[in-house]
Write a protein that binds this ligand. Structure first.
Ligand code: SF4
Ligand code: SF4
Ligand code: SF4
Length: 311
């Protein structure tokens, strides 16, 4: 899946393309955001990237109505969005708001924003969010934040953006600060589904293509990686609806007969957004009995996705 320049040259008909020509083609594709790239010990490696999250996001600084029209036509024709949100191995996982987790639960590093960022290898780059930009082009501004820079990339993928001359390089401390700001605004932190994520997005119900699609299926949690769920203490709940408004995926409702909140466990993605704002501390995040260990890194993740799709 990830191949060195020399390995790719071995694969093509060498008499049809010289090493120099191949290098130019691959570098042009990287600069357009059409393929992934990384460098190790002076050797260049290239990889195919998915349409979402990948190719589409790479167009964020070059968005046009014409591109969006073509993309939507393809999406409808191929039923890609449905395939994406019902993938057996999801590309994304939720990072829960840390203070929403009951202290007795041991939190793994990949579920803990602060440790995740502290242990992350740089560089750190913040990008404009393509979903918020797309919504704005259609005349719909994000209702949760006025910031456009809500997508964060790290390590190899950040180096690729810097190589393209796009995005804004920031420090580790600023990355954490901006992500925590996203949590305060009620955005859901979604990372790539691996122990060493290559990106973290701050997503909202109004603009995020993936969250909007998830809302259309009855049991999104079946296709979502999260190790937590929200639990309500019915004795403490006052039926104020703060949690209902705060939840981005319609996972809480008020039971009219009793005027207390009820969680739909088929929908709750364990983000913890509802926990931190309630007036009576009636909600807590509970760890699932069977914790799912995410793949080690993006290479393992995409190998798992491809294996599961080919079964
Ligand atoms: S997935 Fe979320 S943060 Fe990422 S581009 Fe979409 S809305 Fe923006
Ligand atoms: S925020 Fe708390 S008190 Fe208000 S409805 Fe939700 S659980 Fe009940
Ligand atoms: S109920 Fe909604 S806001 Fe609360 S943890 Fe679940 S998904 Fe998040």
């Amino acid at each position: 899946m990830i191949k060195s320049f020399e390995e790719i040259h071995e694969l093509i008909k060498k008499d049809e393309m010289s090493i120099e020509e191949l290098k130019n083609v691959l570098d042009k594709m990287v600069s357009k955001g059409n393929i992934g790239w990384r460098e190790r010990d002076g050797i260049n490696y290239y990889r195919i990237i998915p349409l979402v999250v990948g190719l589409d996001e790479s167009k964020v600084y070059d968005l046009s109505l014409e591109y969006l029209k073509l993309l939507f036509e393809y999406m409808i024709e191929s039923r890609f969005p449905l395939k994406l949100v019902t993938s057996k191995v999801p590309q994304l996982r939720t990072i829960p708001v840390e203070q929403s987790i009951t202290p007795q639960h041991y939190i793994k590093n990949y579920d803990k924003l602060k440790s995740l960022i502290e242990n992350m290898e740089g560089p750190f780059v913040v990008l404009d969010c393509i979903c918020k930009k797309t919504a704005a082009l259609g005349g719909n501004k994000c209702k949760m934040t006025s910031r456009l820079e809500t997508c964060f990339v790290f390590g190899d993928i950040a180096k690729t953006w810097l190589k393209r001359g796009l995005g804004r390089q920031i420090s580790k401390a600023e990355t954490l600060e901006l992500l925590q700001k996203g949590e305060e605004e009620g955005l859901i932190l979604q990372s790539s589904n691996s122990q060493k994520p290559e990106f973290i997005c701050c997503c909202c119900r109004c603009c995020c293509g993936i969250l909007s699609m998830q809302k259309l299926i009855p049991n999104p949690i079946k296709f979502w990686r999260s190790n937590y769920y929200a639990e309500i203490d019915t004795e403490l709940c006052e039926g104020c609806k703060t949690c209902v408004e705060r939840c981005q995926v319609d996972a809480i409702m008020i039971k009219k007969s009793k005027n207390i909140a009820k969680v739909n466990f088929n929908r709750c993605i364990g983000c913890g957004n509802c926990v931190t704002t309630g007036p009576t501390h009636a909600i807590r995040l509970v760890k699932k009995k069977d914790e799912i260990l995410p793949p080690k890194d993006y290479i393992e993740l995409y190998e798992e996705i491809m294996r599961s799709e080919n079964k």
